[in-house]
Design a protein around this ligand. Structure first.
Ligand SMILES: [Zn+2]
Length: 280
């Protein structure tokens, strides 16, 4: 089962939850990197009347989160935010950057890779960096993106790429296992190699998605809605619906980089779309 408790000490630490099934239990912390007010104008194809209905004050709460996974002999960070609060949040949990042996990337946008390096130096000195081959190839080679190149440069041969698998019909069977109990699921569209990670321990599962959605107030009920940041909005919508369908059908809890606190919940089918259910 998912255990969840709110840290009394600091809301910035977010929630702690654990996959308790044996063998290979995980403890997962959500680390809040930033909170801000977002403008729903990033949503594509939504009429002004619809926007006014969902966002009466013309704003939504925007959050950037990262996740820390401990267990199965590894200390893992999933995305690094902007490289701001993540390090203080980790310190408060007693985790030093050099304790982290793996950084998993959902994709290479700046709010996910900003904590990998500073001034050309690796900020996770012992870590390997894992990301989808399609993602690395696109940003580093095709787009020749300076930020992406700089982010990976200090890791050199410690960058490992993988080919995420589709979750459509076979469930977690056949998905590449990146680390023990952590598999990579293709969720392309937001970016060419956008990846969702599926944790599994003793039959319990948790999906950590990156940018499968940005504005949960509308993208759960209207999952066809993409945002202007999506490289391929149509593919992004297809991935979103596929993963939401999987999570709802299989009752797999989900956590996300831009879901708002506690950023963890269950997905239920509701009308033509879905709803997000947080709490016990
Ligand atoms: Zn993002």
């Amino acid at each position: 089962m998912i255990k969840k408790k709110v840290c009394a000490a600091a809301i910035l630490l977010g929630v702690i939850f654990a996959l308790t099934g044996a063998p290979g239990a995980f403890e997962v912390n959500m680390l809040v990197e930033t909170r801000s007010v977002g403008r729903p104008s990033i949503l594509l194809g939504v009429s002004p009347a619809r926007l006014a209905e969902y966002f009466p004050d013309g704003t939504y709460q925007s959050e950037v989160n990262t996740f820390l996974i401990r267990g199965n002999g590894h200390t893992v960070v999933v995305d690094t935010g902007f490289g701001g609060a993540i390090f203080e949040n980790m310190r408060q949990l007693g985790v030093k950057p050099e304790d982290v042996d793996a950084v998993l990337l959902t994709h290479m946008h700046g709010d996910h890779i900003g904590g990998l390096q500073k001034d050309g130096k690796s900020l996770f000195p012992r870590a390997k960096v894992y990301l989808a081959k399609q993602e690395r190839d696109y940003w580093v080679d095709t787009a020749a993106n300076a930020g992406a190149r700089a982010a990976l440069a200090p890791y050199g041969a410690k960058v490992e790429t993988f080919l995420p698998g589709g979750i459509g019909t076979q469930g977690s069977q056949g998905l590449p296992e990146i680390l023990p109990g952590i598999r990579a699921v293709a969720a392309f569209g937001h970016t060419p190699g956008h990846t969702v990670f599926l944790l599994e321990s003793g039959g319990e599962k948790l999906l950590i998605w990156g940018d499968l959605m940005h504005v949960q107030g509308i993208q759960f009920p209207l999952p066809d809605t993409s945002v202007s940041y999506d490289t391929d909005p149509i593919a992004a919508a297809a991935s979103r619906k596929q993963i939401l369908d999987y999570a709802a059908r299989n009752k797999v809890p989900v956590a996300g980089m831009h879901l708002t606190y506690p950023a963890l919940g269950r997905v239920e089918a509701a009308g033509a779309g879905y709803r997000f259910v947080t709490g016990e």
